[in-house]
Design a protein around this ligand. Structure first.
Ligand SMILES: *[C@@H]1O[C@H](CO)[C@@H](O)[C@H](O)[C@H]1NC(C)=O
Ligand SMILES: *[C@@H]1O[C@H](CO)[C@@H](O)[C@H](O)[C@H]1NC(C)=O
Ligand SMILES: *[C@@H]1O[C@H](CO)[C@@H](O)[C@H](O)[C@H]1NC(C)=O
Ligand SMILES: *[C@@H]1O[C@H](CO)[C@@H](O)[C@H](O)[C@H]1NC(C)=O
Length: 439
């Protein structure tokens, strides 16, 4: 995949800020757990049920994880089965991947039980420079949480064996079909075998500009804000801030869709066609246009939000959902790890697909407008947060808690271990046969 290295230079300044933000070790706290408990009325989420959230048992609290991973691992499994490389050769093959002249940014990480600490320890074995320095530590810290929380279960899984994995730190997946091992990447795409995992924004997101930009802090702020601003007090507006791009003319669907929407607003046709006014602005690269910048929690002042992919996936979906806004989502070929857990019509309103690049925006707006308008008309005059918006909010706050993220990483490591140690799936097959014999 020829993905752009252009951003490497642009992001240097940002990277310094991010490094300062992220250099503090991150012990886990559970704002989200508390928020989720409030929503589900399930009582103290972390303390009473902590046991149940460790090892395989966590999958019962987060059933979406296993089904998402089954899909994500399908190609990685068949790819491993066809390869005759050893796991360590497989890792070397990942290190040899080039985008143009450069290897995509990635780290090789080792997981190994240490008898003197009686814990599975995570060690960074090798680093290939990421496009933005803050992404590395922030992605790796989500895994660190998971290794800490699930140490005993990982020990049971690994025994004394060492497991090595590659975690990519770029915006696009890197590994094509036929490779012995997948990498773990920030998003999924059907032509790659890489496994998507939580991206850096769960620990730090410098563009958001808060003193603490971790998802835990931002979600707690957004959740509080949304409870303080009742649905009927929110603006009858469809909101989006995005980077369309200057000299390069934009990124992804936003390149053509934003101008079409701005035009609709300028011609004063937005309310008639969509049922609510459009509040859409280009905040330029990494939100550098200060006049148009909006704090993420103030996004929640609008009833409706539009979600589109960016350069590749867009990390903004979870904040939009956490607002308890009704989210209009344009499907994208770039998929985040948690998206299979969300259901169209239950957690968000799905719009028709739109080409990542080169779509006909005028025609698209005509096609999507009646769907948007119907949902707006159905919900605009209500006093309570509409059901779909409330579902989306509860989903994001509960299922993307530290417990959820750690459970996802644990389950992903478990599936990865199957192909790492046994590429042909013989152990899994034997277990299946044994289960059939028992039955
Ligand atoms: C930001 O908040 C998170 C979650 O509450 C916390 O664990 C972390 O230490 C904070 N980070 C900084 C840099 O203060
Ligand atoms: C490994 O696979 C390649 C083609 O996929 C084949 O040419 C080669 O002979 C195989 N090597 C071994 C040792 O099986
Ligand atoms: C195990 O942990 C101890 C104590 O932290 C450390 O000194 C030692 O180097 C570790 N062993 C390995 C093999 O990493
Ligand atoms: C979390 O995800 C599960 C699906 O795995 C879903 O059934 C549940 O409703 C979600 N939790 C919340 C609070 O929405």
């Amino acid at each position: 995949m020829s993905a752009p290295r252009l951003r490497r230079h642009n992001i240097l300044v940002l990277a310094v800020v991010a490094l300062v933000l992220c250099s503090v070790a991150l012990p886990f706290r559970s704002h989200l757990g508390e928020a989720a408990a409030k929503i589900s009325g399930a009582g103290p989420f972390l303390h009473a049920e902590e046991e149940a959230l460790v090892g395989d048992a966590c999958l019962q609290s987060f059933p979406w994880i296993d089904s998402a991973l089954i899909t994500f691992f399908e190609k990685a499994r068949s790819s491993a089965r066809e390869s005759n490389l050893t796991a360590s050769e497989g890792l070397q093959a990942l290190h040899k991947i080039r985008w143009g002249k450069y290897p995509p940014g990635h780290d090789e990480v080792s997981l190994l039980y240490n008898a003197s600490t009686a814990r599975v320890e995570m060690e960074i074995v090798k680093t290939f420079k990421p496009n933005a320095a803050h992404k590395r530590p922030c992605i790796l810290d989500v895994l660190r949480d998971a290794v800490q929380r699930h140490s005993a279960a990982l020990h049971a899984l690994l025994g004394g064996r060492e497991l090595r994995l590659v975690i990519e730190t770029e915006d696009f997946p890197m590994t094509s079909q036929g490779k012995r091992l997948p990498a773990f990447a920030m998003c999924w795409e059907q032509h790659s075998i890489d496994i998507p995992i939580p991206d850096f924004t769960f620990k730090c997101y410098p563009e958001a500009k808060y003193t603490n930009t971790s998802w835990a802090e931002m979600a707690a702020l957004i959740d509080h804000r949304s409870q303080m601003v009742g649905w009927d007090r929110r603006a009858n507006a469809i909101f989006q801030r995005w980077w369309r791009g200057g000299a390069t003319g934009g990124v992804g669907p936003r390149r053509s869709l934003l101008p079409a929407l701005v035009q609709l607003r300028k011609e004063g046709r937005d309310e008639a066609e969509l049922g609510a006014r459009l509040d859409v602005e280009d905040t330029e690269f990494v939100a550098s246009n200060a006049a148009r910048f909006e704090w993420v929690d103030t996004w929640c002042n609008s009833k409706y939000m539009l979600h589109t992919a960016g350069f590749s996936y867009s990390a903004a979906l979870k904040y939009r959902l956490a607002c308890g806004a009704l989210v209009f989502k344009v499907p994208s070929k770039w998929v985040e790890f948690y998206e299979p857990g969300l259901e169209a019509g239950v957690h968000y309103v799905e719009l028709p697909p739109y080409e990542h690049e080169g779509g006909d925006a005028q025609r698209y707006v005509q096609e999507a407008a009646p769907l948007i308008k119907q949902a707006v008309v159905d919900t605009l005059g209500g006093t309570e947060v509409p059901e779909i918006a409330a579902n989306g909010q509860a989903w994001a706050l509960h299922n993307l808690s530290e417990e959820g993220l750690s459970c996802y990483w644990y389950a992903a490591i478990k599936r990865y271990a199957e192909i790492y140690f046994d590429p042909r799936g013989e152990e899994a097959e034997k277990a299946e046969v044994a289960a059939q014999d028992d039955a």
